[in-house]
Design a protein around this ligand. Structure first.
Ligand code: 5GP
Length: 410
């Protein structure tokens, strides 16, 4: 129970993969009645992803990577209209807030769907409308107070709002726009430009995801570089399959964070552990461009000396249940989490897709604590703050908040 009450930070959650299975079933039933799909065909596929209290053996829930991506295609059939995108966004935020996630970095792939008159832009408007509709908790999803996004009036530090006699929960949300590896460079560029347009409503960065065996990541490199040059933060799905060439190239790009990092051979593993990125440069978006450019033109020694004190390693977003369910890692005991943890390499426990993998962030913390020991688990949650892509004042507030909670949980 303590893992539910402990404040947590979620940095790797895909919107559609986090949708409630109960909602997906309801949507499937509705589309079944309209004759768009055959409900009995999809029911078992969705149910496979639901938590089953009678399944002592979790084998039933195992999905290969390919099966998982087939499931995403089905989910997208069910969810991709504006009203549903709004609904699942609202529900996902409420679900994370209910288990005391105080900072959620939610990622989603903006989708164009001509049959629904949906553009990438209108898809994102529907997501943002979902954030606005959250009413059970206080939501902050925008740094500006321009009336576009509702902001938390009180900070995390004070319990001034009440809900049913209890202090109202508060959650910070920032968004990452995902590029799907199936997309073209042109479509990826559209996503990056959209992210720039939506900076005022909490979009802080870009993610590269989608089936790891599909497409070539170099296709997206110009879009990712453009994103970074424009001050967006970047995280990449890296090493879900053993493609060492791609893994090395991704690490050479120096993303601030990578997701999974499952299939790194020894030299890539070494590279990951040695790679440092200038955190000072990134802490403040306006200086971001300048320092990145400077580090190219000035000698590494000069810049290195200037920044050494505040450099940071590439943070690894760890999704334990996801890796096991997709058969990427055979069991928690052999998961690379242990190696990173031992080496004090920054890692962040995340859910990936809580609907699809029937997990929660609290469960991920419980698994880590059970397998690797309880001590330091609170520090793990606290340290995740340092890898958030939010503005510095939000990061500072989260730091203060976790420091305040240290006596209770640490
Ligand atoms: P969406 O972006 O539609 O909100 O969330 C679902 C999408 O996230 C999937 O279609 C896929 O592109 C991406 N995704 C979710 N989980 C994973 C994962 O474990 N690995 C990769 N590479 N992509 C994922």
């Amino acid at each position: 129970g303590s893992w539910v009450s402990m404040p947590k930070v979620e940095l790797h959650a895909h919107l559609n993969g986090s949708a409630r299975s109960s909602t997906l079933l309801e949507l499937a039933r509705g589309l079944g009645e309209k004759g768009v799909i055959v409900f009995s065909d999809v029911e078992h596929v969705i149910l496979k992803g639901m938590f089953c209290p009678f399944c002592l053996l979790d084998l039933f829930n195992d999905r290969s990577l390919t099966e998982v991506f087939k499931l995403f295609d089905l989910i997208h059939v069910l969810t991709t209209d504006h009203a549903t995108v709004t609904r699942i966004t609202k529900e996902v935020v409420e679900d994370f807030a209910a288990e005391n996630v105080v900072y959620l970095e939610l990622r989603t792939t903006p989708k164009r769907n001509d049959s629904k008159c949906m553009t990438k832009h209108s898809y994102m408007e529907a997501v943002i409308e979902g954030l606005r509709r959250v009413d059970a908790v206080d939501v902050n999803f925008t740094s500006t107070n321009n009336g576009v996004g509702r902001t938390v009036k009180s900070s995390l530090m004070s319990d001034t709002h009440t809900y049913n006699g209890l202090p109202r929960k508060k959650i910070y949300i920032r968004l990452l726009l995902s590029i799907d590896r199936r997309e073209t460079l042109e479509a990826a560029m559209e996503t990056v430009k959209l992210a720039l347009e939506l900076k005022d409503v909490g979009v802080v960065g870009i993610d590269l995801s989608g089936h790891p065996k599909v497409g070539d990541w170099t296709t997206f490199l110009p879009a990712l570089k453009f994103a970074r040059d424009q001050g967006l933060r970047v995280t990449l799905h890296c090493g879900e399959v053993p493609n060492q060439e791609e893994i090395h190239a991704m690490l050479d790009f120096l993303p601030e964070r990578i997701g999974h990092a499952c299939c790194l051979e020894e030299d890539a593993w070494r590279k990951l552990k040695m790679s440092k990125i200038p955190v000072c440069a990134i802490a403040n978006t306006s200086s971001n461009t300048i320092v990145w450019q400077t580090s190219i033109t000035l000698s590494a020694a000069i810049i290195g000396g200037l920044l050494e004190s505040c450099n940071s390693y590439v943070g690894v977003e760890i999704c334990l249940t996801s890796n096991i369910r997709t058969n990427t890692i055979s069991s928690v005991d052999v998961h690379h989490f242990a190696d990173l943890y031992r080496d004090k390499h920054p890692l962040i426990l995340c859910t990936d897709d809580m609907g699809v993998f029937s997990t929660t962030l609290s469960k991920e913390y419980a698994i880590a604590a059970a397998t690797f020991g309880k001590k330091e688990i609170f520090e793990l949650a606290r340290n995740a703050v340092e890898f958030s892509f939010a503005e510095e004042d939000v990061v500072q507030e989260l730091r203060d908040f976790f420091n305040m909670k240290r006596d209770e949980y640490g």
